[in-house]
Design a protein around this ligand. Structure first.
Ligand SMILES: [Zn+2]
Length: 469
C-alpha cells in the first residue's frame, strides 16, 4: 500500500520520475539530489526575498559555523545544512526538507549559554538525520512533493507577515497546515536523544537541553508571550524531561563555557533589534548592576547601541574599554565606528589589522571591500575580492560587492555577470537568468568573457527548467 502511494507520488513529480529510487522500508531514497535542490531553491529563494530574514554577515557566519560544527562532529553523515535566521521575537526553530533549518532571533536572545542554543540546533539537525520530515509524504495525498513546498512557504509567510499568510493559507486554516508539518511525539523523543549525542560529540554540554527547558519555563513565568510557539510544537512534558535527565547519566560531564562569540552575537542582535530609545539604558544598567552574562559583550552591545543612535563619539569611548579583546567582531566594531565618524583611513587600517589576524573572516573581507568601493577604489576592491572568490565562491555578498565594483568602473558585462551569480547564490534563478542575459547583451567585454557568459546563460536555463518545474 505504502509502495503504491510512493510510486504515484513520483509520477506526479514529473521529470524526476524517470529514476525511481529503490524503496526500502525507510524513505531514505525518496528524494533524489534534484528534488533536494529544488526544495532548497524554492524555499530559500523565498526566504532570501523576505524582509524578516537577518542579513547581518557576522550573525549568519556564526550560526552557519556552529551549525556546520555540529553536523561535522556530531553526525556521521555528510549533511549540507543551510541555516537562516528569522527576525521574530518568539522562541522557535524549525527544520525543513532540503536540510534547511530556520532559527528565530527570539531563540538566540533567550538562550543563556551556547549549549542551550546548540541543544535546539542539535534537536533540529536530528529531525533531519532521522528523516522525520519524510513522514509528511506518508500521511495524506495532498502532502505530495509540490504541496510540501507550498506548505513550507505558507508557514514561512505566516511567520514573517500575517497579511501575506492569510492569502497563502486561504485553502486551509493556519493551524491545520501547521499540524501537517508537526512531528509525532516519538519523533520528538528521538530528536532529543539523537540531538544530545550530536551536542556531546561536538564537545558541548548535553545538559544544555535541560538548561534550555528551564530558560523557557522562566520566560513563561514572566510571560512575555514569546515562548508559546516553540512550546506548542515542542511541549516540555514531564516525560520528555525525565527522559533527557535519564540519558544525561550516559554522557561524560563536559564543562564548557560559551564562546565569547555567542555573547557578542546576542549583544549585537539586542543592540539592533531592541527599542532604539531604551537600548542604551538597557546595556548601561546591565554593566552598572553587574548582572550581564558577559561584561565584554555588554560593552560591545553598548557601543553598537550608541552607534545606532548616531552617537559615534560615545561609541568610540565605549569601544576603547574593550579594545584589548582579540576577536574579529571587535575589529569589525572598531571599523564600523570609525566609518561612521568619517575616519575612513583609520577604518581601513582597522580592517587591515583585523584581516592579519583573521585572514578569512567574511565580515572583515566584505567590510573592507565595501569601504574601498565607497572611497572610489573599486579596482583595488575587485582585486582584493578576487583573492577570496574561490574560497567563498558560493557566497552571494562577495558577488554583490564585485558587481558594485564593476558598476563603478562602468564594466557592464562583468557587473551583470556578478549580479547573476549573486542572485544564483540567493537561490533566485529567474533573476540570475535575467542578469546573465543582460551580460550576454552588454556591448563591452572581450571574446573570452562573452563566451563565458553565453555558456553560463545556457547552463542556467537548463537548470531553471529542472528547478522550477
Ligand atoms: Zn522537534
Amino acid at each position: 500500500m505504502k509502495k503504491l502511494f510512493l510510486s504515484t507520488l513520483f509520477v506526479s513529480v514529473s521529470v524526476f520520475a524517470i529514476d525511481l529510487p529503490e524503496l526500502g522500508s525507510q524513505f531514505d531514497n525518496l528524494l533524489n539530489a534534484n528534488d533536494e535542490k529544488k526544495i532548497v531553491f524554492q524555499i530559500l529563494g523565498r526566504v532570501n526575498q523576505s524582509d524578516s530574514v537577518i542579513t547581518d554577515v557576522e550573525i549568519n557566519d556564526y550560526i552557519n559555523k556552529v551549525g556546520r560544527e555540529l553536523s561535522l562532529k556530531g553526525t556521521d553523515e555528510k549533511l549540507a545544512l543551510k541555516f537562516f535566521i528569522v527576525n521574530d521575537s518568539s522562541i522557535n526553530a524549525f527544520a525543513m526538507l532540503g536540510g534547511i533549518i530556520g532559527i528565530h532571533t527570539g531563540l538566540i536572545l533567550a538562550a543563556n549559554s551556547e549549549s542551550e542554543l546548540l541543544s535546539v540546533l542539535s534537536h533540529e539537525i536530528a529531525h533531519i538525520t532521522q528523516k522525520h520530515l519524510l513522514r509528511l509524504f506518508d500521511s495524506q495525498a495532498r502532502n505530495s512533493f509540490k504541496s510540501y513546498i507550498g506548505l513550507a512557504i505558507a508557514i514561512l509567510a505566516a511567520r514573517s507577515s500575517p497579511q501575506v499568510a492569510s492569502g497563502a493559507l486561504a485553502a486551509s486554516s493556519a493551524a491545520q497546515v501547521q499540524n501537517t508539518l508537526d512531528f509525532t511525539r516519538e519523533n520528538e523523543k528521538e530528536a532529543d536523544r539523537v540531538g544530545m549525542e550530536i551536542l556531546s560529540k561536538s564537545g558541548y554540554d548535553p545538559k544544555g537541553f535541560i538548561d534550555f527547558f528551564q530558560t523557557i519555563e522562566k520566560f513563561n513565568e514572566f510571560s512575555t508571550g514569546a515562548a508559546p510557539s516553540f512550546l506548542r510544537t515542542h511541549p516540555i512534558t514531564g516525560e520528555r524531561i525525565s527522559d533527557i535527565q535519564d540519558r544525561l547519566k550516559d554522557f561524560e560531564f563536559i564543562q564548557k563555557s560559551s564562546n565569547i562569540e555567542f555573547h557578542l552575537i546576542k549583544a549585537k542582535l539586542k543592540a539592533f533589534l531592541g527599542d532604539k530609545q531604551t537600548i542604551i539604558g538597557h546595556f548601561e544598567r546591565e554593566i552598572q548592576d553587574k548582572n550581564s552574562l558577559n561584561e565584554i559583550a555588554s560593552y560591545y552591545g553598548l557601543a553598537y547601541a550608541y552607534l545606532r543612535n548616531n552617537k559615534a563619539d560615545q561609541a568610540m569611548q565605549t569601544f576603547n574599554l574593550i579594545e584589548h579583546v582579540d576577536h574579529s567582531m571587535v575589529y569589525q566594531l572598531k571599523a564600523n565606528i570609525l566609518t561612521n565618524n568619517n575616519r575612513f583611513q583609520e577604518a581601513y587600517i582597522a580592517y587591515e589589522e583585523g584581516l592579519k589576524k583573521y585572514p578569512n573572516n567574511v565580515s572583515l573581507i566584505t567590510g573592507a571591500a565595501n569601504l574601498m568601493i565607497a572611497l572610489n577604489q573599486s579596482k583595488q576592491a575587485i582585486e582584493f575580492l578576487k583573492k577570496y572568490s574561490e574560497l567563498y565562491s558560493n557566497l552571494a555578498i562577495i558577488h554583490e560587492l564585485l558587481a558594485k565594483g564593476y558598476s563603478a568602473l562602468g564594466l557592464r558585462l562583468l557587473e551583470h555577470e556578478s549580479l547573476s551569480n549573486a542572485f544564483y547564490y540567493r537561490y533566485n534563478i529567474q533573476e540570475a537568468i535575467i542578469q546573465m542575459d543582460l551580460a550576454t547583451k552588454s556591448s563591452d567585454g572581450n571574446f573570452y568573457e562573452k563566451s563565458r557568459v553565453d555558456f553560463r546563460l545556457k547552463e542556467l536555463k537548463r537548470e531553471a527548467e529542472i528547478l522550477l518545474n
